[in-house]
Each structure stands twice: as C-alpha cells, then as structure tokens.
Design a binder for this molecule. Structure first.
Ligand code: ADP
Length: 186
C-alpha cells in the first residue's frame, strides 16, 4: 500500500459557483428546517431540481445546527449533497465556533461512510448567517485538515468561494499549512 497523501496536499481552493462542480459531493449551507432558502442553498436546489426537496422532506425531520444529513444530487453533476446547518452568528460567545467546526466534522464523517472521495464546501454561515469570513475560513481549514487524518479515502476537499476576497482568507490559511506557493491550489 502506498503511503496516504498528506492532509494538506488534499486541500484545494476554487473561486466560483459550487453547483457546477463534478465532485462526489457538494456541501449545502442549509437551515435547520431543511426548508430551502437563498444564497447557496437556493442555488443548489434550483440546480438539483424539485426532487431534492422531496427527498429531504421525506427522509429527514430537519437537522440540528452543527450537524449534517446526506441526499442524492439529482440534477447536479455531484452525486450527493451534504446538507450542513451552520450557526447564525450571535457575536461569537454562543458556541458558534464549535457548531461551525461540527459541520465540517460531521460532513466528512458522512462522506467517509458513503464512500465519497471528493467533496466541495462553500463558506458555511458566512452569508446570510453573518459569521465573520476570516474566522470561518480558519475554522474550515483547520478542522478539515485535522479530520482528513482519519479518512485516507477522502482524496480531495475543495473550498469554494464566491468571491476572490473570500478566497483570500482561505489562501492565508492554506499557505500556513505549506500550500499555495508551488502547489496547484486552484
Ligand atoms: P449561510 O446562511 O450559511 O450564511 P449563504 O448561502 O448565505 O449561507 O452563504 C454562504 C456562503 O456561500 C457565502 O460566502 C456566499 O457568498 C456563498 N455562496 C452563495 N452562493 C454560492 C454558490 N452558488 N456557490 C458557492 N458559494 C456560494
């Protein structure tokens, strides 16, 4: 058996729309009712089609904050959607950091259980939910980096940013792990 690829070398960054990515699973920034909404949630449901909402309605009674549930991708290129419920930002002293980290922990655990090798995450909670983008990027990168040590079968995790400014926070975090200079990030 070859040595597993180091976690830092399984992290990637993409600036653009998550809904078009051909990965095994894209992550949705859902709400706890799994009721659909604006932002990336609305975009994913539009691209997946109405079967996605029918599926989550039939299979789940919502999802707690900091947790994640899985569905097929239906009309998406991605085979699955991991619906994570990020925290609403309330100033930072209400457990938001731990809840946000929990989304990444649970999503990767579900990915591993389902044989998913490639996953793309949006910047959960940093839109309508108001989580500071730099703090969220630090939590996302450090949590995924740590969790990937458990899951050799997850070959690539892509952080997807909707703007170059948002991506700068990830570039900083990835550079601190030794990524982003000569490596093919993006
Ligand atoms: P939340 O309610 O968890 O804050 P949002 O959907 O409002 O979720 O925003 C989460 C992040 O996803 C924001 O940084 C937003 O810019 C980004 N985003 C919105 N639409 C897309 C998309 N189609 N692809 C990738 N990222 C997106």
């Amino acid at each position: 058996m070859p040595d597993p690829v180091a976690p830092a070398d399984r992290l990637d960054l993409f600036v653009g729309d998550i809904t078009g990515l051909s990965v095994d699973a894209i992550v949705n920034a859902a709400n706890s009712a799994l009721a659909g909404g604006g932002g990336v949630d609305g975009a994913i449901h539009r691209a997946a089609g109405p079967e996605l909402m029918r599926y989550t309605d039939a299979n789940y009674d919502g999802c707690p904050t900091g947790d994640c549930v899985i569905s097929p991708g239906f009309g998406l290129r991605a085979g699955h959607v991991l619906h994570c419920v990020g925290p609403v930002w309330r100033g930072g002293s209400e457990g938001e950091d731990g809840q946000l980290a929990g989304c990444y922990v649970r999503a990767l655990a579900l990915a591993a259980e389902n044989g998913i090798a490639t996953v793309a995450f949006p910047a959960i909670s940093t839109g309508i939910y108001g989580f500071p983008a730099d703090r969220a990027a630090a939590i996302a990168v450090s949590t995924v980096h740590k969790e990937l040590k458990k899951y050799d079968g997850i070959e690539c995790v892509t952080f997807v940013c909707f703007s170059d400014a948002a991506a700068d926070h990830y570039r900083q975090e990835l550079a601190a792990l030794g990524r982003g200079r000569d490596d093919p990030v993006e």
